[in-house]
Write a protein that binds this ligand. Sequence first.
Ligand SMILES: Cc1cc2nc3c(=O)[nH]c(=O)nc-3n(C[C@H](O)[C@H](O)[C@H](O)COP(=O)(O)OP(=O)(O)OC[C@H]3O[C@@H](n4cnc5c(N)ncnc54)[C@H](O)[C@@H]3O)c2cc1C
Length: 371
Amino acid sequence: MTGAQEVIVVGGGVIGCGIAWELTRRDVRVTLVERGPIGREASWASAGIISLPNRPDWRPERIALGRLSLKRYPEWVADLESRTGIAIEYHRPGGWSVAVDAEHGAVEAERAAFQLSLGFEVEEVAPEEARRREPALPRDLVAAWFTPAAGSLSLHRLTEALAAAAAAQGAVIRPETPVGSILMENGRAVGVRLSEGDLLADRVVLATGAWTRLLADPLGVALPTRPMKGQLIAFANAPVHPHGIISGHHGYVRPRPDGSTLVAATEEDVGFDHRVTGEGVAWLLNLTRMICPGLLAGEIVETWAGLRPGSDTGEPMMGPVPGVDGLWAATGHFRTGAKEAPASAMLMAEALATSRIDPLLAAFAPPAASA
Ligand SMILES: Cc1cc2nc3c(=O)[nH]c(=O)nc-3n(C[C@H](O)[C@H](O)[C@H](O)COP(=O)(O)OP(=O)(O)OC[C@H]3O[C@@H](n4cnc5c(N)ncnc54)[C@H](O)[C@@H]3O)c2cc1C
């Protein structure tokens, strides 16, 4: 029984709320502090695609994190929806990986071979047959693969549901509460400084996404996060509404349950900048023309941008932070935080509750030295 422990989670995105929820399930007392509304940063902007492992260059542990999450998602969502009544819109309509030129066809072929080697179902479909099955695909298609297990969800609704479920189970959720700094005592993190006073706990978890470095740097620890901007647009009232996800040429098209379709996303290393720009929209329109051109006859009903939690290490950083007892981190999920949230939350909560670090979590240990 771990009920006497107290953990402060800083950051109310999907990662922080996921950890808070998983901690309450393990009877650990938790307070979550978020400087704005719950789930309004990367976890709000996210395209919410739950893709299969699609990076042949990733190490096996990263693949395992994604696989564990894929396995966990159906149960996580069903449980949270029944507890909170929040519709998370988790669907697995399958996804098309497509190319309209030979160069991208080769990239997608390599990705398909990689997914097949991992045991996932991947079907190569001749362009004409693919267009018969998914009329939203482009006429100049040169190659297409279908993966039935690909899915998507509303990540901000998932984040809200995690926070609501955690609160119902006893967690204290404090939105609109910025953390100014980490409180230290004899080299140990003992709480956080808020404008209205200090909040103390046994452990502090930084789940502060792209902003983590700002709290970590003053302590001299290495949590080298960096904001990686993504811009998106959504169409409605187009003559096409894809059945499933369409990916290729460095982007995604995702149908949403309200009948609109989103197109995602630029990748820009431009600091803490949330602006939607002409260049960003132009890139997205060009992507749309290549992989789902019928959308262009519709209306652009939304444009938005968010800051992915990138990291200098290129990997999530999760677990105890070397050099500061009591300080933990869970950040750096970059483009795949939706996909990797369930496993990340579960592994972090289990380690915080039991003080035993699963080897999979250990594979993402934050770097040892100050950057
Ligand atoms: C445009 C875009 C598209 C994406 N598409 C996909 C996708 O299709 N599939 C996928 O798997 N992933 C996708 N991602 C990535 C995924 O959304 C992120 O990896 C994930 O949301 C990160 O969650 P987080 O909780 O770490 O960060 P965030 O959601 O950013 O949460 C961090 C929170 O910390 C809070 N915070 C920061 N500093 C403080 C402080 N000092 N005090 C209190 N609170 C603080 C912030 O306000 C914020 O709410 C996308 C991301 C973006 C931006």
